[in-house]
Design a protein around this ligand. Structure first.
Ligand code: SF4
Length: 178
């Protein structure tokens, strides 16, 4: 018996003073699938590791293999997880009807349908196949799109494809410089 164990026995310590809870504790990302993504917030473009279990995001952390952020995230990037899980996340839109003096809460589905109808109507009314010099332009100047920092890479890709190539919208912008 080693000196440490003899001392433990002498003063009455149990051999392994670790509770079952502690012994069974483990990182919450153990067994999770991991995907590489990019922080949606700013032009620094820090790389993130997104951990999911059963299709649910359980953690987001800095990607230690990234030459940009080397595993770190600033406080904003470190809070990306809340984009999905915050109880304060708005799930309805606020709508003010023409000439109304107050806002109403409407479901997202209602807003999507209304936006789709207005895009169709406006594009039909403003689409130009050839400009005044007879050059083919296939564009509409009647619709603009402004994205936000919480759009991810895939959403921005689809927006670019659909709005410019698909619908002919010229004014497509995003507040984040990505
Ligand atoms: S973690 Fe911070 S610095 Fe990095 S991209 Fe996100 S917001 Fe920008």
């Amino acid at each position: 018996m080693g000196i440490v164990q003899r001392l433990r026995n002498h003063i009455g310590l149990v051999p392994n003073p670790v509770s079952r809870t502690t012994r069974e504790a483990h990182a919450r990302v153990r067994g999770a699938d991991v995907s590489i993504s990019v922080c949606p917030y700013c032009a620094v473009g820090c790389s993130q590791l997104v951990y999911t279990k059963d299709g649910r995001i359980v953690d987001i952390e800095g990607n230690y293999e990234s030459p940009i952020n080397g595993g770190t995230l600033c406080p904003k990037g470190a809070a990306t997880w809340q984009l999905i899980h915050s109880p304060l996340r708005e799930l309805r839109v606020k709508y003010r009807a023409p000439y109304s003096d107050h806002w109403e809460k409407r479901p997202l589905e209602w807003a999507m349908e209304r936006i789709a109808q207005l895009v169709k109507k406006t594009r039909d009314a403003t689409f130009v196949h050839r400009d005044e010099r007879d050059l083919v332009v296939n564009r509409t100047l009647g619709i603009a799109h402004l994205g936000g920092a919480t759009l991810d890479n895939e959403e921005n890709y689809l927006i670019k494809k659909l709005f410019t190539g698909g619908l002919g919208i010229v004014a497509v912008e995003n507040q984040a410089r990505i």
